[in-house]
Design a protein around this ligand. Sequence first.
Ligand code: ZN
Length: 348
Amino acid sequence: MGKVSLLIGPIKQLVTAKSMPWRYGDPILIIEDAGIAVDGDKIIDVGSWSSISRKYEGKCRILAEESLVTAGLVDPHTHLLFAGSREDELELKLEGVPYEEILRRGGGGIYRTVSATVGATDEELRRILLSRLFEVAKYGTTTIEVKSGYGIDPNQEIRLLRIINGSAANAPVDVVPTYLIHVPPRDMDRKEYVNAIIGSLDYAKDLARFIDVFCDEGAFTVQETRDILREASRRGGFGLRLHADEIAYIGCSDLVKEFNITSLDHLLNLPEQNTKLIAERGGSVATLLPVTVLSLMSSKRPPVKALRSAGVPMALGTDFSPNSWSLNMQYVMELATYLLGMTPPSKS
Ligand SMILES: [Zn+2]
């Protein structure tokens, strides 16, 4: 019988992967009445409790008879780094004031968050980010993606990426930094802006794992997105992501034909036939964000059934932002059931 530092079991239900390490599209494995053997900081075996308890003797033991045990949760889509808040705008939204009108009133909406973020010191932003990173750990999240995006000016975006990287070292969870090209500035020619963003990619190289473009009506056009993605791919070292087909379908998800896009996110207006396009191309995940479906008060839903039957892997995220203030992935899973029609095994 092998001696290990920790045995966890019996566990009512263990959700794990069929093969390790988990790879794109791999199925999950659910074991009832399970056990886990841990030695030092490594899980060395999982299986039924009867076999684990026969094979190993643990210095410590955790009983989990009434528990469901999963791997650490991954939140793959957050806008975690911003200063200020906009809860007063919710009242206007509920009164039916259109977002464009909120934008006009005293620089509301996203531009208000941008000026609060740009006006905050590095130290203030670090403190805000770290307190949120400690909070996510309480909900069982162990890996989190954090986007820049509230700087708009490329120099500010690089500053935010530096703060994300600097804070990651002191965070209780793993942090994946993403350079988000969020919205066009109001006081600059769009073409000039896209060129400035492209120029900043060299500085983002060691600071961001992904480049993400908000491709949509009211944000960047398909052509602008294409120009940015092309330059990001040419430079290498970045994964590509898209906020796509959220507000309207303008052809953003079709960009999977031209680029290897790791993740297409939101997809409330994804045409069903494009699910096949994404599946044929392979390698892309559809990241669905049900809290945002609520906060947009939208009747639109991502085409979950079509994505499932085409075989596109789906992920869930919080999309934490001034508009969707939740860091709780368990709540996200619950909403995915009620709002998106996902079944519990498909969310695992
Ligand atoms: Zn987002």
